[in-house]
Design a protein around this ligand. Structure first.
Ligand SMILES: *[C@@H]1O[C@H](CO)[C@@H](O)[C@H](O)[C@H]1NC(C)=O
Ligand SMILES: *[C@@H]1O[C@H](CO)[C@@H](O)[C@H](O)[C@H]1NC(C)=O
Ligand SMILES: *[C@@H]1O[C@H](CO)[C@@H](O)[C@H](O)[C@H]1NC(C)=O
Ligand SMILES: *[C@@H]1O[C@H](CO)[C@@H](O)[C@H](O)[C@H]1NC(C)=O
Ligand SMILES: *[C@@H]1O[C@H](CO)[C@@H](O)[C@H](O)[C@H]1NC(C)=O
Ligand SMILES: *[C@@H]1O[C@H](CO)[C@@H](O)[C@H](O)[C@H]1NC(C)=O
Ligand SMILES: *[C@@H]1O[C@H](CO)[C@@H](O)[C@H](O)[C@H]1NC(C)=O
Ligand SMILES: *[C@@H]1O[C@H](CO)[C@@H](O)[C@H](O)[C@H]1NC(C)=O
Ligand SMILES: *[C@@H]1O[C@H](CO)[C@@H](O)[C@H](O)[C@H]1NC(C)=O
Length: 887
């Protein structure tokens, strides 16, 4: 009884309380937040938890942090970074009495600097970085007096920096970088004495000297003024910034000298960068006196004089860059053996001196570039002991003597340029440098033969041996390489030039070797019976491929016949077990009977024949027969195939089921009527429009990205090629033949692949030395498929005369001026040329010889999609390609 009475009473009490509070007191924090949200466009629905109907307390809404202040929970921080927000930033947040941090960085707010934030009395940190904020900085910015951190970087803020900034005297971090600020930087820093970080970089319209009063910032630790058109001299006052650790004045228009005592005054310096200005005078004195310096960059100025040997005090130095100056004198030997040094760049100066054997102590050294100086030195044995060395470039010096046999022993050495020196003796056996991509020894005095061991360097792509005294024949083994550049001009080479080494390369790369003979050269070879024997190895290669194919086919056919006999002899053995993942109304008997020879429409792959079988329901399925290596029990086999069958993606062929005996596994796939992309490209009438080809590329990329990243467990395809891309009626591509290693077991898969691999241009070069399959190998193969789509050529040509593999062919062309346009499929109208060139660039990235330079499949999807969705106007610069992405 009592309960029924008290209930309405309680209710009315509560509602009275609610009416009272809501009418007389300020809006609740939740209401304030909802008002703030109301003016925001939240296209990704990132703020879905912000709702007055939700059960969640507003302190637990996305992006909100509350703190208990005088025993009340109160919003103190609003972090809405990277939420795809746009619309209006309303001042209502300022009604949150204790809000101290507001981070709206990385959104799409398109408005002027929201001055009403001056009403946020507790606000200490405001981050509006990377939005679309525009317009000038109004002088009322002074009202942000309580701010300690203000980040307006990466917007379109323009106009001058107002004098009134001076009143923001609590500022510790001020970032105005990457905007359109112009004019003179006023003297405001005398008042900003708390500053720890000041960034005014990347404002190319600033026309200012460096204000002298920055020298008063005794607490400043980081000063970024790069790329902002600062001119005039570096003020002497900078010596006052006692706490400075990072100073970046690079890429301005500064002149004069570095202040005399700057180096010795700034004892905390970790990074000093004044590169790309017009600074002159001597190397900054005492720059190492603080001992903490890690990065030192003076490059691209007009400094002169020598580098003092006191540089050896910089025990922590990692990067030393003085290239493109007028330095002279002996390069300090101490630099070569600094314990932490990674990068030495001194090219284009007048340095003399030697490379000491003690370079072996530089255990972290990665890159050396000392081209175009006057070093007179032998190449020390010690260099070969530096196991981290990646690039060694010392062209245009006076290096002499023989190359030490270990000079390329670093397991990561990729680029060697010793051209235009006086090296003599033979080229040593280079077997260890499995990562060597580019080797230039041009214009030296090297003699002897070109060793066949060069052919064992799996990723060697650029080889320049021109202008030496090399003799003997060009080794056939070099044909194993995917050479994009092969220059042996002006030597004393003789004999027949292997055909695949000259095809697609300018004849000038062979000139100056009167004894060389072969097609396209002055002499044809004397032992040449007419024409057909001339493409020697090429023909052999193809013959081998054909034999391999024939043997493969025979084996498979043999197995098939044997199997059929076996089956026919004992038709009801019951040894067959089948598992269907879809309701296929079919018995294994129907399936096997359907698989007679004439049904083999799907072609032969390395792993076996594909049959198209009509089910009793008149549905068609594709059945692939694999030899059962019996690596798995029935149960394990089912688990493996189920993993593949569970994949649901529009660009991956469905596995419908399988049946297996002890000898064979039949995988049943959905049937796609247009057959494979590879067969389509092989037809003489192949003329798909570019938009369709691009959609095929995107689809395949999405399928692979799904296998690599989204599907659990992550899978590798391991056999990406155009023949394994099937097309449905709408040309939507679907990958097939994926993950067979799961079914066959890795060993059997590897050995079957190896029988084909040596010849397949879909295989990444590292396949030869790396046992472990990687995503990057799939990416490489995919790059080859894009090349096929862009060029309209099959990757693996049937005719011996066209046997140059597509990657080599494309790379060679692209290396020649205007060559990139020449590789595009002429059947496609020129209006698509820009897009095709970009796709070609993506293909070149994917087929980069260095696996780590290849993009991930999801990056490829993004690049291809952006190509699809916009009219592309950027110019693709293929001349820069070699330097940036291959090497
Ligand atoms: C919730 O918010 C909406 C719009 O902001 C408002 O119309 C509605 O009255 C609110 N409901 C309650 C229970 O406060
Ligand atoms: C926020 O969520 C956590 C965990 O779900 C919970 O423990 C906490 O009480 C919630 N805070 C408020 C204020 O509701
Ligand atoms: C923002 O939008 C992009 C594309 O419009 C989307 O990929 C991304 O996931 C969105 N981010 C968030 C946090 O919703
Ligand atoms: C938090 O807000 C309350 C209410 O306005 C105020 O009294 C208090 O001083 C604020 N506390 C801080 C630390 O700002
Ligand atoms: C920003 O808004 C202005 C109009 O206020 C519009 O003209 C401009 O295109 C917008 N910028 C972007 C990048 O959306
Ligand atoms: C502002 O946000 C951006 C984006 O997350 C971040 O990189 C930057 O460090 C923040 N600024 C400050 C001063 O913390
Ligand atoms: C500099 O700061 C002081 C307070 O520290 C203030 O009185 C003065 O007005 C500021 N100067 C300028 C130019 O804003
Ligand atoms: C640098 O200054 C010179 C002369 O003062 C001027 O001609 C040149 O345009 C400036 N360069 C840049 C990039 O501002
Ligand atoms: C040194 O330079 C490298 C490359 O520019 C950079 O990644 C690194 O952060 C710098 N180190 C310091 C301490 O500034």
């Amino acid at each position: 009884m009592a309960t029924t009475c008290t209930y309405p009473l309680l209710l009315s009490l509560i509602s009275t309380f609610f009416i009272l509070t809501s009418s007389s007191s300020p809006p609740s924090e939740a209401d304030i937040l909802l008002t703030f949200k109301a003016s925001i466009r939240d296209s990704s629905n990132s703020l879905s938890t912000w709702s007055n109907t939700s059960e969640i307390h507003h302190c637990n809404w996305t992006g909100i942090t509350c703190t208990t202040i005088s025993s009340v929970l109160s919003v103190t921080s609003l972090n809405l970074q990277s939420f795809n927000l746009s619309g209006e930033i309303s001042s209502s947040v300022c009604e949150l009495p204790n809000l101290s941090l507001l981070n709206l960085a990385d959104n799409f707010f398109n408005q002027t600097i929201p001055l009403h934030f001056s009403q946020c009395t507790s606000l200490e940190t405001l981050n509006l970085s990377n939005n679309l904020i525009w317009g000038p900085i109004p002088s009322q910015i002074s009202q942000f007096g309580s701010l300690r951190v203000l980040d307006l970087s990466k917007n379109h803020v323009e106009g001058n920096i107002p004098q009134s900034f001076a009143s923001l005297n609590k500022l510790q971090v001020l970032n105005l970088g990457s905007n359109l600020i112009s004019g003179n930087v006023p003297s405001i820093f005398g008042n900003l004495s708390e500053l720890v970080v000041l960034d005014v970089s990347q404002n190319s319209y600033l026309m200012s000297e460096i204000p002298t009063d920055v020298g008063k910032l005794v607490k400043l630790e980081k000063l970024f003024l790069q790329s902002s058109s600062f001119h005039g001299e570096i003020p002497d006052s900078l010596v006052g910034m006692q706490s400075l650790t990072v100073l970046d004045l690079s890429q301005n228009n500064l002149t004069g000298r570095v202040p005399q005592t700057l180096g010795t005054s700034l004892k905390n310096l970790v990074s000093f960068d004044v590169s790309a200005n017009r600074l002159s005078g001597l190397f900054p004195n005492g720059i190492c006196s603080g001992k903490g310096l890690i990065n030192l960059s003076l490059h691209t100025n007009v400094f002169n004089g020598s580098v003092p040997s006191s540089i050896s005090e910089c025990l922590n130095l990692e990067r030393f860059e003085v290239q493109n100056n007028l330095f002279s004198g002996d390069f300090p030997v101490e630099l070569w053996s600094l314990p932490k040094i990674k990068l030495l760049r001194a090219e284009n100066n007048g340095f003399s001196g030697e490379i000491p054997d003690s370079v072996s102590k530089a255990g972290q050294l990665e890159q050396v570039q000392i081209d175009n100086n006057s070093f007179t030195s032998k190449i020390p044995q010690g260099l070969g002991l530096v196991k981290s060395l990646y690039r060694f470039s010392a062209s245009l010096n006076g290096l002499y003597g023989e190359l030490p046999p270990n000079f390329c022993d670093s397991p990561v050495l990729s680029i060697v340029n010793l051209s235009h020196n006086s090296l003599s003796g033979q080229i040593p056996e280079l077997r260890k440098c499995k990562k060597l991509v580019s080797l230039s020894l041009a214009d030296n005095k090297l003699s002897g033969n070109i060793g066949s061991s060069l052919g064992e360097l799996p990723v060697l792509t650029y080889l320049d041996l021109s202008d030496n005294m090399l003799n003997g024949e060009i080794p056939q083994e070099l044909q194993n390489l995917k050479l994009a550049l092969f220059n042996v001009s002006f030597n004393q080479l003789s004999g027949r030039v292997p055909y695949s080494l000259i095809s697609g390369l300018p004849a000038s790369f062979l000139q100056g070797n009167p004894e060389l003979c072969g097609p396209g050269l002055l002499h044809s070879c004397s032992d040449d019976p007419p024409r057909h024997r001339s493409s020697d190895l090429t023909t052999l290669t193809c013959a081998l491929i054909s034999i391999a194919f024939a043997v493969g086919t025979l084996t498979i056919a043999g197995a098939f016949i044997a199997y059929r006999r076996y089956y026919k002899q004992r038709p009801q053995t019951g040894l067959w077990r089948s598992v269907f993942f879809y309701p296929l109304r079919v018995t294994e008997h129907d399936l096997i009977m359907g698989m007679d020879e004439k049904s083999s429409g799907g072609g032969v792959g390395v792993f076996g024949r594909v049959h198209i079988v009509s089910l009793p329901s008149s549905e068609l399925v594709a059945v692939k027969k694999l030899v059962n290596f019996r690596v798995h029990s029935s149960k394990a086999l089912k688990a493996e195939i189920k993993t593949l069958a569970k994949i649901r993606h529009k660009n991956i062929v469905k596995v419908l089921g399988y049946c297996h005996s002890d000898d064979a596994i039949f995988l049943i796939y959905e049937f796609l009527q247009r057959g494979s992309l590879g067969d389509l490209i092989g037809r003489p009438d192949f003329d798909l429009q570019w938009s369709v080809r691009l959609r095929i590329a995107i689809g395949v990329a999405q399928g692979l990205a799904y296998l690599h990243k989204d599907y659990v467990p992550h899978l590798l395809h391991r056999n990406v090629k155009s023949k394994n891309i099937l097309l449905d009626a709408d040309f939507e591509p679907k990958l097939t033949d994926f993950g067979l290693n799961k079914i066959l077991g890795d060993a059997a898969f590897q050995s079957t692949m190896a029988s084909e691999s040596a010849f397949s241009c879909y295989n990444a070069p590292e396949n030869k030395y790396s046992k472990k399959a990687t995503e990057q190998m799939d990416v490489y193969s995919f790059g080859v498929v894009i090349m096929e789509l862009v060029t309209g050529r099959q990757a693996e040509q049937a005719l011996p005369s066209e046997s140059l593999d597509i990657v080599k062919w494309v790379r060679r062309k692209v290396n020649i001026t205007n060559g990139a346009v020449q590789v595009l499929d002429p059947k496609i109208t020129s209006s698509s040329q820009q897009e095709m060139l970009v796709a070609l660039e993506i293909a070149l990235h994917c087929t980069s010889v260095m696996p780590e330079k290849r993009p991930s499949m999801s990056e490829v999807v993004k690049s291809l999609q952006s190509l699809d969705s916009m009219t592309y106007t950027a110019v693709v610069d293929f001349s820069a390609f070699e330097e940036h992405s291959v090497v």
